[in-house]
Design a protein around this ligand. Sequence first.
Ligand SMILES: [Zn+2]
Length: 258
Amino acid sequence: MSKRKHSKDYGEMTIPLLKQELRLESYDRNDNFGHQLVQAEQFNMNMPTVTEEQVKIYMDLYGQDLKENSKAMYKAKFLCSIRLASQKENVYICGRVSAEMYKNCIYNVDIQLDSLGVVQQCQCECAAGMGPEAHCKHVGQVLHALTKLKDGDKSPEDMFLQSIHVTAITHDEQESIEIKTCGQGTNKFWGEERLLRLHASIFGRICTATDRTDFPKLAESLTQYKNIKSSAIIQDRKYEAVARDAYSKDQSVFSFKV
Ligand SMILES: [Zn+2]
């Protein structure tokens, strides 16, 4: 008896075609074979908005302000993580912040907010973080981070893309990047900025990717700059000056090298 070779690709078939192919005449009547699909109610935690004013009021109570140092440390990514939990009218925050001098030393910061986002209590594991009224730089960083959440329901991915000027960029930032990246391939900033964007040279590879594509390798090639030397690029570099001069002559325009 010869083995029957399955040449049909079931993955490509629509449900009606599959039913026909596999002779599933009773598929609909079976109604999922009697199993009821029970979906749990989606969990949704409401995070109160913490405003900069509320943070200032809390710090003012203890004669402190949100020192520039706290903001600078937040920007330098000393804050490792924030977790939230809510119970009744309160939201409990647990932040993990690296020590300024020893990055491997992590301080746990606990903060209690009410449903209006008003700071109720804070404590930190550092020497200056005695609760329930702690106002050290680690507490400051977590509070500062909470004010950033007011940007809405943006995911960390969206916030990151915005911070590197991919999904949002001002006119001034555009001009600054243009000046900084003059010279293209001969300028290392051009390579760095290029990695942040999808450009024409890589569209083909992304659009034609299939299940057989090595996606980690593709992602690596898109996020690590290499000085590519394809025959087309070499040809382009060799003749760029010649083409520019010829174009200038033909169009009677003045060109200059940047
Ligand atoms: Zn502290």
